[in-house]
Structures are given as structure tokens and as C-alpha cells.
Write a protein that binds this ligand. Sequence first.
Ligand code: ZN
Ligand code: FE
Length: 255
Amino acid sequence: MPLEIVTVPCLADNYAFLAHDPASGDTALVDAPEAAPILAELKARGWRLSHVLLTHHHYDHVDGLGEILAGHGAQVIGAAADAARLPPLDRAVKPGDRLEIGGEPVEVLEVSGHTVGHVAYHMPRSRAVFTGDSLMALGCGRLFEGDAAQMWASLSRLAALPGDTLVCSGHEYTQANGRFAQTIEPENEDLAQRVRDIAEMRARGEPTVPSHLSLELATNPFLRAGVVQVQRNLGMKGADPAAVFAEIRARKDNF
Ligand code: ZN
Ligand code: FE
């Protein structure tokens, strides 16, 4: 049975996620930006926290952990490559490793670029991937530690997952991302429609995260560096998609 996934808004514009297995009662938290909203959600649903999956070391993804663990004895899981700068891990994982939450398999994916050692957690049976600050709704994380080639490889890995996979990413940056995306693809009708949908969702106070991978593939410029129309718009027809991605990322940094 697929896990029940709940989005928990934290801080100003972060998201954490709870993934709950009704059969075993296990509940995994993905990232810990802030304790209070996460503890409140667990309490309201009567869920017992069993695992914490950390995507990367930035404070807005780990700072709530200590307070959460004070009331819940959960197993903390994060990347072995990042163990020195993550909170203490009970289990250090490597890309390619497999975990289980309840009976649900979880695959660890390498998604370096925003940071080096950043991982994503893919739950193939629940059709969800937890991407932190790698692939985001209509965007991707800034390249603080890795380079463009690394991020392009990471995004390509995520892009290869099934299209109906839910992309559970770490921030509500979608509206600003949409404004930028339209400078890259002003003629993309799917993007124009998504930008309108996002404006309505935000006006209603709804999160725009998570989103389906198929929608990201059709509208997220950072996944579309190999698309001929995008390359043409940038004057880079026939260029290596990694180079096109680097150009799009550089333009976003200066947007
Ligand atoms: Zn980050
Ligand atoms: Fe972040």
C-alpha cells in the first residue's frame, strides 16, 4: 500500500514531509526545518515518528531535529558523504542504497549540485521522490558547492523516474521560478497555464509543492536544457545540454 504523504509548511518558505505507513504505523519525516509545525502535525494525526531522512546539511533542513528527537525516538538517516556536517546519524547511506519505511522500499539517489553530498529519497511504490533543494517546483537549487555539470547529472537522474512520480521538494519558490521560466520559454503553453494555476493556488494560500514529474518535464526550464526550442531561444541550438543548463542556471542567478 502506498505511504500517505503530508506536506508540512515550516519557517517562511520551507517544506518538510511526513510519509506514513498505515499498516506498520511507521512514519518517516523528510527534513527537519522547524520542530513545532512537525510535532503539531504528528500529534494531530496520532502518528509515531520512526525515521528521519535528511537530504542535505543546510540549517533550514536540519535545525528542528534536536527538538523533534527529544520527544520521538526515531532513526536518523542521511548521506555518509555528508556525515561530518549533518546531525549525528543512526544510519549513513550511500547513493544506490535501499531502505524500508514500513514495507515501502526507499532508494537513495545522488543529487549533488546545490551541495555536494545532497541525496534524494525515491519511494517507487508510493510514486514519490523527496528532492530537498535539488529539483524544485519550476526550479532547482542554487549551485553553492557543486557545479553545473554535477547538477545536470543529478536532474537527469530525477528526470528518468516515472512521470507520475510526485516531486516533494523543499521550498515554496514556485511563483518567482515561474516568472523566470517564462523568460526562457515565453511560447510554452503548458508553462503559461501552470503560471496561471500557481497564481490561483497562491491566492488561495495553497502550497504549489509537491508537483508531478511529468509537469516539471513539460514546464521546468532546468529539466529542458535538451529541448530544441529552449536551445534555440538561448541561441545554443545543438549545444551540450549540460552547457545549456549552465546558461539557464547563470541567468537565474542574475534574474
Ligand atoms: Zn539548501
Ligand atoms: Fe533549503
